[in-house]
Design a protein around this ligand. Structure first.
Ligand code: HEM
Length: 491
């Protein structure tokens, strides 16, 4: 397809010269976000590389991302048909499957409605503003007491291991109406597999582009297959239980509401779109899967930055003490009054860029971008890391400095700066859990930091280097926490 004739008036995509058979696979290296950022300095914001025999469009630069994903959103709203993506959720994933037509649109709308009903709809029984806030506050309080327990019994702890269960419990509550104990082996062994998932599902996995790699033994790919089976089995069991106890008059959670939708779809506005029950109920797979790894990774990076920069942790605590005090826990309604916390989170998203690329996109028709011709079905990598470290739009991009986001008067967040940070994607494929994800990071973070001071154990070295993946992780690391003031024990 790359010998195609270029329509008149359009230019051929620039890019490095591909080697036979492997293309530019070697130049990608272990850190494609870094190598492709460097390459974009030579070839520009719209460039083509070739992985194996397959051409891949690589987009950089904030304006180019906006042009492609917002102004020409439909053209760039597809997902490529990749080997790894076919292994996720029986190949029927809302997020990863190649489907980007009416069925995808209807499923995406269903998912958004389900989240609206079971996350952000108002809460009547407590002082929380919405259901998800209630779940998060409960889990965050529990997490703080867990950290204190661990300090007493073990003297230090690996935060990731416990944060992931608390975060998974929030999405479990919404999807399935259940929560799990921190020692529950079924859940703990499931949610601790995300590192291997992210490695296989990352942009530029050679198995997706060079078929030979599908047949070579690879522990990452073997683990990846097992994770997907394990994950689907876990969800299917819960779905089966929901079918058994389903009661139309009492819709308990997202799974129930999807089952209800299957039964009522004949009278539905989307009745003209043919969708199997499986494709409807499967949506819960995507919500559960997307809902814990991202948020956990964000919180885990946050704790690393706090420990690496004690003076920044102190400023956060001073702001919390000043605005909220110590008598009560942080709430969503406090968020607008905590600009430093907001600035810290923005800087964490920007500096870590733990989602270095979005999930790969693909073009849905022949199109053009910045004057370059791009054929239909071209795989597209969107380099968020490049935008977040672009010298042209950030001063000292490699310095961790939350203050860059504060308005000059120091009373609020500078919106123009905030909107440059790329973390949730843009346009038709943008994250549907952004509001919930941001709420979770805010409430877990502020609750932990209000009550605890995080420090690195003596002699422990902080390794903040990021391992490449769909979501990039730092090395697991033992931390310590000290109570900032006497707290009542957890209920
Ligand atoms: C997609 C980021 C939390 C559900 C995405 C994408 C990104 C992202 C970068 C891909 C965008 C693209 O391909 O252009 C994040 C971050 C989160 C977060 C940084 C937390 C800090 C969540 C949560 C949920 C969720 C909590 C669900 C409750 C989804 C779904 C998609 C998605 C379903 C696929 C959308 C589609 O393909 O149409 N997210 N996400 N995310 N996210 Fe999130």
């Amino acid at each position: 397809s790359f010998h195609q004739k270029i329509p008149k008036g359009l230019k051929k995509l620039p890019g490095p010269r591909p080697y036979p058979v492997i293309g530019n696979a070697l130049e990608l290296g272990n850190n494609p976000h870094l190598s492709l950022t460097e390459m974009s300095q030579t070839y520009g914001d719209v460039m083509q590389i070739q992985i194996g025999m397959r051409p891949v469009l690589v987009l950089s630069g904030l304006d180019t991302l906006k042009q492609a994903l917002l102004k020409q959103g439909d053209d760039f709203s597809g997902r490529p048909d990749l080997y790894t993506f076919r292994l996720i959720g029986d190949g029927q994933s809302l997020t990863f499957s190649h489907d980007s037509g009416d069925v995808w649109k209807a499923r995406r709308r269903l998912a958004q409605n389900a989240l609206k009903t079971f996350a952000v709809s108002p809460c009547t029984s407590t002082s929380c503003s919405c259901l998800v806030e209630e779940h998060i506050c409960k889990e965050a309080t529990y997490l703080v007491s867990k950290f204190l327990d661990l300090m007493e019994t073990k003297g230090s702890f690996d935060p990731y291991r416990y944060v992931v269960v608390s975060v998974a419990n929030v999405i479990c509550a919404m999807c399935f109406g259940t929560r799990y104990n921190h020692e529950d082996q079924e859940l703990v062994s499931l949610v601790n597999l995300t590192d291997e998932f992210g490695k296989a599902a990352a942009s530029g996995n050679l198995a997706d582009f060079i078929p030979l790699f599908q047949y070579l033994p690879s522990s990452t790919m073997e683990t990846f297959k097992k994770i997907n089976v394990k994950f689907t089995t876990f969800v299917q069991k819960l779905v089966k239980e929901h079918y058994m106890s389903f009661d139309k008059g009492n819709i308990r959670d997202i799974t129930d509401s999807l089952i209800e939708h299957c039964q009522e779809k004949k009278v539905d506005e989307n009745a003209n779109i043919q969708m199997s029950d499986q494709k409807i109920v499967n949506i819960v797979n995507d919500l559960f899967g997307a809902g814990f790894d991202t948020v956990t990774t964000a919180l885990s990076w946050s704790l690393m930055y706090l420990v690496a920069h004690p003076e920044i942790q102190r400023k956060l605590q001073e702001e919390l003490d000043h605005v909220i005090g110590r008598e009560r826990k942080p709430r969503l309604s406090d968020r607008a009054m905590l600009p430093y916390a907001e600035a810290f989170m923005l800087e964490m998203y920007r500096h870590s860029s733990f989602l270095p690329f979005t999930i790969p996109h693909c073009t849905t028709k022949d199109t053009a971008l910045n004057g370059y011709y791009i054929p239909k079905n071209t795989c597209v990598f969107v380099n968020q890391w490049q935008v977040n470290h672009d010298q042209k739009i950030w001063k000292d991009p490699f310095t961790f400095n939350p203050e860059r986001f504060l308005s000059t008067e120091g009373t609020g967040v500078n919106k123009t700066e905030a909107e440059k940070v790329q973390t949730f994607g843009m346009g038709k494929r943008r994250c549907i859990g952004e509001a919930i994800g941001r709420m979770e990071v805010f409430l877990f973070l502020t609750t932990m930091v209000q009550q605890l001071e995080f420090i690195k154990p003596e002699g422990e070295k902080l390794d903040m280097s990021a391992e490449y993946g769909l979501t990039m992780k730092h090395k697991r690391c033992m931390l310590q926490a000290r109570p900032r003031f006497p707290t009542e024990s957890a209920e």
